[in-house]
Design a protein around this ligand. Structure first.
Ligand SMILES: [Zn+2]
Length: 304
């Protein structure tokens, strides 16, 4: 099998050049994966925008319509931190469709990777921290509603807590949420996931891998999900501008291998999303490429 990948050329919607969100990273990641021999054209699946009915399993109509029409209050728009331009609105609907498609491909093939996604600070009726719609939450809700899966686990290893995902599924026993994050990073006010592991500032590779090395396999054995949605945010990296952990490239790669291997050896399908990362584009895109390298390698090792 060639690793299924999900990407759309519209993901890198233009932003003002002074904007601090690295929107060009999606397109550059597509190019990098091609150069590395991980992505060939025939592996790339192109998503459709998520249908409104499915989006509304998670988000209120009032919110998504106000966003799409540019009618959010200035304070609500500032909380998101991205302008509601037409290309941005389009890429937002596409990226949710992309995570859903990635999950479907993972259920079919065992593993699949999205070149976007992980917008875990988006709540049902408001966005925050560059997140507008919660792609993993929408995906989980759709697959449950269809009866495609009975139990899901969201493994969120982005340096920021998956606060909105935790809140959305607080009373949903079929979705288990795990967030491993830096305790002092955004958001200030944390939500309660099924399991939260708040790490201290400055934690390095060995201590990090020790912290998750038994936890993730134990939770998988305990919960036995039909699918894992994995947020492989690279902002725990030591060079990241926002994250306060101290992982190296090798540390991130070993983290991704551990998560993928733990799922695949239990025959649990896993869909990956790239999550956050804040640095100059070149090193950032190399970091985001690590989870694809790990997935490519683990798919082979597990005979997929
Ligand atoms: Zn983050």
């Amino acid at each position: 099998m060639r690793l299924p990948l999900v990407y759309h050329p519209a993901y890198s919607a233009p932003l003002p050049s002074s904007h601090r969100f690295p929107m060009a990273k999606f397109k550059l990641l597509r190019t990098l994966l091609e150069e590395q021999g991980i992505a060939r054209d025939e592996q790339i699946h192109r998503p459709l925008p998520v249908p409104r009915r499915w989006l509304e399993l998670t988000h209120s109509r009032q919110y998504h319509q106000a966003f799409a029409r540019g009618e959010l209050l200035p304070a609500e728009q500032r909380r998101i931190g991205l302008p509601a331009t037409t290309p941005l609105v389009q890429r937002t609907w596409l990226a949710v469709g992309g995570t859903l498609l990635t999950a479907r491909l993972a259920l079919e093939h065992g593993v699949a990777c999205h070149l976007a996604g992980g917008t875990h600070h988006a709540y049902p009726d408001h966005g925050s921290g560059f997140c507008i719609f919660n792609d993993c939450a929408v995906t989980a809700q759709v697959l449950l509603a269809e009866g495609r899966v009975q139990r899901l686990m969201v493994i969120d290893l982005d340096v920021h807590q998956g606060d909105a995902t935790a809140a959305i599924f607080a009373d949903e026993p079929r979705v288990f949420t795990l967030s491993v994050h830096c305790g002092s990073n955004f958001p200030l006010r944390k939500q309660q996931s099924d399991v939260d592991l708040a790490l201290d500032d400055g934690l390095e590779d060995d201590a990090y891998l020790e912290a998750i090395g038994d936890l993730i396999p134990t939770l998988l054995d305990q919960e036995q999900p039909d699918l894992v949605l994995y947020n492989a945010g690279v902002d725990p990296h030591r060079e990241d501008r926002l994250g306060r952990l101290q992982l190296s490239d090798q540390g991130l790669l070993n983290r991704d291998r551990l998560v993928l291997d733990s799922c695949l050896r239990r025959n649990i399908p896993i869909a990956t999303v790239i999550g956050g990362g804040y640095d100059d584009l070149k090193p950032l895109v190399i970091r985001h490429g690590l989870v694809f390298r790990a997935a490519n390698e683990q798919a082979r090792l597990h005979g997929l």
